[in-house]
Design a protein around this ligand. Structure first.
Ligand SMILES: [Zn+2]
Length: 119
């Protein structure tokens, strides 16, 4: 009897998938905490980002795109537009430049349907 693909019965040395689910949930929680703490304790937000990135690395999972855009890949700071993040539209390149106000790292992201969300 074959089970559907939603259930893994594989025995391996890798982390069981339920841990991956928990890890994903943790990451979501950490980012929402980071958002809450930012106005008063931005350094705590950075710490949450750091923990979330550690979890992602440990479980070999990807941080969702919408969360990945909330921190600087270079220095790991939690970024808030208008606070420590400058967003510029580079119409020539059809990209959005996101400039980290902490380390000055420029992250260029091609336009996508998702960017409409900002306004
Ligand atoms: Zn940075």
């Amino acid at each position: 009897m074959q089970q559907s693909s939603t259930k893994f019965k594989k025995r391996s040395r890798r982390k069981p998938s339920e841990f991956v689910d928990i890890a994903n949930e943790r990451i979501q929680i950490l980012f929402s905490r980071a958002e809450e703490e930012f106005p008063l304790h931005p350094e705590l937000s950075n710490r949450y980002v750091e923990i979330a990135r550690d979890i992602a690395k440990k479980f070999n999972i990807h941080i969702p795109v919408e969360l990945r855009r909330k921190f600087c890949k270079k220095c790991g700071s939690y970024l808030v537009p208008g606070k420590n993040l400058t967003v510029r539209v580079l119409s020539d390149e059809k990209k959005v430049a996101r400039i980290c106000g902490v380390c000055g790292n420029v992250m260029k992201i091609p336009y996508s349907k998702r960017n409409k969300r900002q306004r």
